[in-house]
Design a protein around this ligand. Structure first.
Ligand SMILES: [Zn+2]
Length: 171
């Protein structure tokens, strides 16, 4: 079977990404990719621009594919807009957090592991520092707490209270 770029794109399961090239070397699955959006909204004025100022590659670790360490070498462009041509802005991707070197999907996987484990164990398994693991855990734990919605109130009639056993669950 020929493995093509489209298949790799499906495996990554990340939005708005075009695969340029991939290979496996020394146990690392390395995927070169670029945004499929060829124009972006200027964060300053809101207009669309397609004027690329420069481009570079940045590596992000993603969920392992076939148990191989998986690195996305992502092309990151800086765009210029006529509202302020002296100050290009960097394109953003919805699957990475600012200043992070792992995809959100991979960070969430680390968080899930750390939830049932010690930080040190997970750091050892994943091969990252204790501090990096702790920071990922703290971010997603806080995120999870803040997104918890209070349970909706259910109004019970007197008869209901008399006849049903009310079970209160605390998540
Ligand atoms: Zn602009």
């Amino acid at each position: 079977m020929q493995i093509n770029n489209n298949f790799i794109k499906k495996l990554l399961d990340l939005q708005d990404l075009d695969i340029i090239y991939f290979n496996v070397n020394n146990g690392i699955f390395n995927i070169f990719a670029t945004s499929s959006n060829k124009q972006v909204y200027c964060p300053r004025c809101g207009h669309i621009t397609n004027k690329v100022h420069d481009r570079r590659y940045q590596d992000y670790e993603h969920l392992p594919i076939w148990n191989l360490k998986t690195i996305i070498s992502l092309e990151i462009k800086r765009y210029k807009c006529s509202c302020n041509p002296e100050h290009p802005f960097t394109e953003t991707f919805n699957f990475i957090r600012k200043h992070q070197r792992r995809t959100i999907a991979y960070e969430k996987y680390i968080f899930t592991l750390a939830h049932k484990n010690t930080i040190q164990n997970v750091a050892d398994i994943i091969g990252i520092s204790h501090g990096a693991c702790q920071r990922i855990y703290n971010f997603y734990a806080k995120d999870k707490l803040e997104s918890l919605e209070p349970e909706p109130l259910t109004l019970l009639g007197i008869d209901d209270i008399a006849n049903v056993k009310v079970i209160i669950t605390i998540q």
